[in-house]
Design a protein around this ligand. Structure first.
Ligand code: KG4
Ligand code: ZN
Length: 340
């Protein structure tokens, strides 16, 4: 068929999500995109609690599916395939989604399509902007930091990535060190606004020619800068806190910009796309946009709601796999780890 309508399920972290996406001649249309957040359930614990997340996914995933079909104005009879995140992620949540998808597939006879969560992120620029292969993708979130060349819907080349923390994780830890609220990224960005950075922080791995990055040393340097300020002033003065935020953000930006330049120099691509929560950072976005302009390739940043975890990206990746004839049986496994 020229046109396929796919139901997608996502439950690999703390968002229970379902969406319906239609693919016709390489273009995608989002018919519905339901995300049920679990923030309230985890807030008191300062992080996602896997057991609580799994239970909430199991309780909500069928309701998310019902809402997604309802908002699309469709029944299962009008769906052509069931796509589901089969990993990587918190295994209890992934299992809840996979079990639900298997039930739907078994009951309807519709093809079951297991999708790698990272492939979902990486293929989103095709859904939103119709990018042609190959393109360069930088995925920067609380859990991932990855340079990928996307050669096809099932062909990804890892060019580099973090050797320790993800950048969002570093933003969150820096915020905690400086007494700023969570999520740390937006808090650090606001604190740094209009401030000229003056604190010399390391630019890890810039001396290496590859596309790998590291953020744990930067975090330690921030801790040292804070302790030095507290020792000098008996507390953390507002101005120094803002300076640390601005200096940290400048270091992250410099490292990611330089490594993006190197990734773009590895070979021709149709575009440079970014996704993930950290891509919401304005200073970073502007720097990456500059790098793309210098390399003379279009810069693409899908809307924030499609850059963070959602099921529309899973439905779209499922549609791309179905078009290639890549479907799964009821033996589809849920995988906590699953490198692209
Ligand atoms: O992609 P995302 O919503 O969730 C996953 O990690 O899956 O990313 C969340 C991360 C958090 O660490 C958050 O602090 C960071 O993205 N973030 C930001 C900004 N907004 C969110 N980091 C830097 N600047 C921002 N404006
Ligand atoms: Zn994600």
């Amino acid at each position: 068929a020229q046109e396929q309508t796919i139901l997608g399920l996502e439950s690999s972290c703390d968002d229970t999500a379902a969406a319906v996406v239609r693919r016709s001649s390489d273009r995608g249309t989002i018919l519905s995109n339901v995300v049920m957040r679990q923030d309230d359930l985890h807030a008191a614990f300062g992080g996602v609690v896997p057991e609580i997340a799994a239970r909430a996914h199991a309780e909500k995933i069928d309701l998310a599916v019902e809402a997604a079909l309802d908002r699309a104005g469709l029944t299962l009879r009008e769906i052509d395939g069931i796509a589901v995140t089969a990993g990587p992620g918190l295994i209890g949540g992934v299992l809840a989604g996979v079990m639900c998808a298997k039930g739907l597939s078994a009951a309807t006879g519709l093809p079951l399509i297991g999708v790698n969560h990272l492939a979902g992120h990486a293929l989103t620029p095709r859904l939103t902007d119709g990018l042609a292969f190959p393109y360069l993708m930088l995925l920067v979130s609380g859990g991932h930091c990855l340079f990928l060349r996307v050669d096809g819907a099932d062909t990804f080349t890892r060019l580099g990535g973090t050797i320790d923390d993800a950048p969002g994780e570093a933003f969150d830890k820096v915020a905690r060190l400086l007494g700023l609220p969570q999520p740390g990224g937006p808090a650090v960005e606001i604190c740094a606004q209009g401030v000229t950075p003056t604190i010399a922080l390391p630019r890890p791995l810039l001396d290496r020619p590859d596309c790998d990055v590291s953020f744990s040393g930067l975090k330690t340097a921030v801790l040292r800068a804070r302790d030095a300020a507290v020792a000098d002033h008996g507390g953390l003065p507002e101005g120094i806190r803002a300076d640390i935020c601005a200096s940290f953000q400048a270091a992250v930006r410099a490292v990611l910009a330089e490594k993006s330049r190197r990734a773009l120099a590895l070979g021709p691509v149709s575009a440079f796309a970014v996704a993930g929560g950290v891509a919401a950072n304005t200073a970073l976005r502007v720097a990456l946009q500059d790098v793309a302009a210098q390399a003379d390739v279009p810069f693409v940043a899908p809307p924030q709601a499609l850059c963070t975890d959602n099921a529309a990206m899973i439905a779209w990746a499922g549609a791309e796999r179905l078009a290639l004839g890549l479907t799964d049986g009821l033996s589809l496994a849920a995988r906590p780890r699953w490198p692209l």
